[in-house]
Design a protein around this ligand. Structure first.
Ligand SMILES: NC(=O)c1ccc[n+]([C@@H]2O[C@H](COP(=O)([O-])OP(=O)(O)OC[C@H]3O[C@@H](n4cnc5c(N)ncnc54)[C@H](O)[C@@H]3O)[C@@H](O)[C@H]2O)c1
Ligand SMILES: [Zn+2]
Ligand SMILES: [Zn+2]
Length: 350
């Protein structure tokens, strides 16, 4: 933890006082060659608008907002309502830099620190974000818990509602029941799927999956797992979703499908997939998915309405930690004890 200076919001930007921020796997990428420190990560933030940059008209000081990933709003995929595939997604979200401006954060020695991780860098007390990426929410909602709606929860729910377009009465198998997988399970129940299978190595996660809507759960080392899952529905399942990124698991996720079934892949992985042509020869599809193909300003309010109705209890995945306990929170996440840690900055910050 260290003090940094952050510039006032520029044109089209707002300063947000962070109320809570989830930890998601991409936040660890600066420990790999993919994104170099010094950088402030954190990309599942929520908070209160504290200052407005020039030209911001759709937000006001005091508004409650959830901070989503950044996109340009103007490229081919943004215009097609697919901002997660913005052609400048990588520099805007994974470099830590601001388009056209190296950085807006400096350390105590005045040295630049990257401050635009996923357009927000929200492992902090304050964050400057583009107003375009701040989703206004009802102030009566529990603001400090809402950040994960912008990535992990959005990805699981969007994968079911949009990418796979799960139909009422259909069947889905979810491999890996962390934040993304459990959000997919909840969304599949909302969508009216008749068979919702959950597979994980962690039996506690499977118990939670049952509570959230899974109709059948299996530990990953179940003997003849593929045959057992496939046998639940004559001919195999309509859809599967891999959230593990483990090549052998993706292969199982394809094998449980019926003829023409669709397997969605959200697990980020660097190892090659092991897929035989005959696994696909049955008209099956493998589909790569970013952020559940979602438009955050459309999906987040829908998820909040479902939460209000008790039909999408994403808060059951969350445990809060003081921001200072970020290392304890990471350990709890990696041990499997906590599904989604959310860091809460001190409230007495000026
Ligand atoms: N594509 C996207 O837009 C996007 C967005 C958010 C997260 N992600 C990625 O999705 C993945 C899942 O994210 P998460 O937040 O749900 O992570 P998580 O760690 O909470 O969940 C992963 C789950 O997979 C389980 N698992 C591990 N190995 C397994 C195996 N062999 N068989 C079955 N289950 C196994 C773990 O026990 C865990 O419950 C990560 O790789 C993350 O980086 C992708
Ligand atoms: Zn994420
Ligand atoms: Zn774009």
């Amino acid at each position: 933890m260290e003090d940094v200076e952050i510039d006032a919001p520029g044109p089209g930007q707002v300063l947000v006082r962070i109320a809570g921020v989830g930890i998601c796997h991409s936040d660890f990428l600066p420990r790999t060659p993919m994104a170099k420190p010094p950088i402030v990560t954190g990309h599942e933030g929520s908070g209160v608008v504290a200052a407005l940059g020039a030209g911001v008209t759709d937000l006001a000081i005091g508004d409650h907002v959830v901070l989503s990933f950044d996109s340009c709003g103007d490229c081919r995929n943004c215009l097609d309502a697919q901002p997660a595939y913005c052609t400048s997604f990588w520099p805007r979200n994974m470099s830590g830099f601001r388009p056209g401006r190296p950085t807006n954060v400096r350390d105590a020695q005045g040295q630049p620190v990257k401050g635009n991780w996923f357009g927000q860098s929200s492992f902090a007390e304050y964050s400057v974000v583009a107003a375009r990426n701040a989703v206004k929410v009802d102030p009566s909602l529990p603001l400090e818990l809402l950040g994960p709606l912008s990535c992990g929860v959005l990805t699981g729910a969007g994968s079911v509602f949009t990418s796979l377009d799960v139909q009422a009465g259909s069947s889905l198998a979810v491999f890996g029941t962390g934040t993304v997988g459990l959000s997919a399970v909840m969304a599949a129940r909302v969508a009216g799927a008749a068979v919702i299978v959950a597979v994980d190595v962690n039996p506690d996660r499977l118990r939670l999956a049952e509570k959230l809507g899974a109709t059948n759960t299996f530990v990953a080392d179940t003997e003849d797992l593929v045959e057992v899952v496939k046998a639940l529905v004559p001919g195999g399942l309509d859809y599967s979703l891999d959230t593990t990124g483990v090549p052998a698991v993706v292969s199982n996720a394809i094998d449980v499908l019926r003829l023409r079934g669709v397997c969605g892949c959200v697990g980020v992985q660097l190892k090659p997939l092991l897929v035989r042509p005959d696994q696909l020869a049955f008209g099956r599809t493998i589909k790569g998915i970013l952020e559940g193909d979602s438009v955050p300003k459309l999906l987040i309010p829908r998820l909040l309405e479902l939460w209000r109705q008790g039909r999408f209890p994403f808060d059951q995945l969350i445990r809060t930690f003081p921001l200072e306990q970020i290392n304890e929170a990471e350990r709890a996440m990696k041990s499997g004890a906590v599904v989604k840690p959310v860091l809460v900055p001190r409230k007495d910050v000026s």
